[in-house]
Design a protein around this ligand. Structure first.
Ligand code: UDP
Length: 364
């Protein structure tokens, strides 16, 4: 039996881990997955809802670490994860994406000479001021097995000297999730009716990157840009963004409906029926493409370069409200049926490739 410790802590990691965890369970007794939740995201609607909706088993360990600075969180996580690893002695530590939980898991494991596997390896924004960029670079250099979603990610790693059998292009587990849970979303979600939203009649917005939320001017520009568009904007608001709006005493324009963060199934339905998605989220940019909705990215750069090249995604200047409102309308008029259907995120079987590789490597 192969023992795997999965380290997760933040919303996008619950979604990525859900499809991989399901695949582990399908393997029966040949693999035992132990889930460690660091506590980075702890609100019900940022954490519990995903375990319930996506059928992720209850974490075996809940470390309860959240709410501190990057340094405090990462340091405390390393200490507590190390104790779990010493006790459990796993064959693999599996980490996802680019949060403090990712880096803490990778560091704790590598110092104990436990093999580290990184799902969503090789992404780069080339913006070292992003905390996520530091987490990604370091985790990739620590990892023993790197699962990349795209060709661009493979190329990024090659430029840093990370090549060979250690690196596997498996596609994107978020595409697996979009396919697998998409049907359930259509059956179970009632959010469009609850919010009285008409098909293609609104803009869906999410904003949570530090560069936007922690800069009062940029946050104000985003609000003004949405206001100037005149469109109905539905904005499931990340707790950090809500806190900053309060700290900066910024008013919400009348055309913006701020709602609490929603579960994944409701999010999928909001994404599918939106006329445009405006976001600074990595995952939401891809989901816009999965559901064939044009996306405006509220950032200066993106890791998902193929979406920009393919015309599905447009970067906008977050220093000028007029540019944001103009670009929203440009996206709205984009004829998505004429855009290329990219196959760069795999075939929806990425989780299977991840699980098979983990089992095979340890069996050898
Ligand atoms: N998401 C969600 N509810 C929300 C906002 C986002 O379920 O209210 C999902 C979204 O569909 C995507 C993931 O959360 O799968 C993206 O997470 P986030 O934007 O927090 O992180 P990032 O992808 O930028 O790392």
């Amino acid at each position: 039996m192969i023992k795997i410790i999965t380290i997760i802590g933040a919303r996008p990691q619950f979604i990525k881990a859900a499809v991989v965890s399901k695949t582990f369970r399908e393997r029966g007794s040949s693999v035992r997955e132990i889930i460690v939740h660091t506590g980075q995201h702890y609100d019900t609607n940022m954490s519990d809802v995903f375990f319930a909706e996506l059928g992720i088993p209850k974490p075996d360990y809940h470390l309860g670490i959240g709410g501190g600075t990057h340094g405090q969180n990462t340091g405390r996580m390393i200490e507590k994860i190390e104790a779990v690893l010493l006790r459990e002695q796993p064959d693999w530590v599996l980490v996802y994406g680019d949060t403090d939980s990712t880096l803490a898991g990778a560091l704790a494991a590598s110092k104990l000479h436990i093999a580290v596997a990184h799902v969503e390896a090789g992404l780069r924004s080339f913006n070292r001021r992003m905390p996520e960029e530091i987490n990604r670079v370091l985790t990739d250099h620590i990892a023993d097995l790197l699962f990349t979603p795209t060709h661009a990610a493979m190329a990024n790693l090659a430029k840093e000297g990370i090549t060979g059998n250690r690196v596997r292009q498996v596609g994107d587990v978020m595409y697996d999730a979009a396919l697998y849970y998409g049907e359930k979303a259509a059956r179970c979600s009632r959010i469009l009716t609850a919010l009285n939203l008409s098909d293609k009649g609104y803009v869906l917005a999410t904003v949570h990157r530090a560069e936007n939320t922690d800069d009062q001017q940029r946050l104000q520009v985003i609000l003004n840009g949405f206001a100037a568009s005149g469109r109905r904007v539905v904005w499931p608001m990340h707790p950090r963004t809500r806190q900053r709006l309060e700290d900066f005493a910024l008013a919400i324009p009348g055309n913006i409906s701020v709602i609490d963060p929603v579960g994944y199934l409701d999010m999928v339905m909001l994404e599918r029926q939106a006329a445009v998605i405006a976001t600074d989220s990595g995952g939401v940019q891809k989901e816009a493409f999965f559901h064939r909705v044009p996306c405006l990215t509220l950032r200066d750069e993106t890791e998902w370069v193929e979406l920009v090249a393919g015309g599905w995604n447009r970067l906008t200047d977050v220093t000028n409200p007029k540019t944001i409102s103009r670009d929203l309308l440009v996206c709205e008029q984009c004829a998505v049926e004429t855009l290329p259907v990219l196959d760069c995120y795999g075939r929806g079987d990425s989780a299977l490739s991840v699980v098979e590789a983990l089992l095979k490597e340890k069996a050898e």
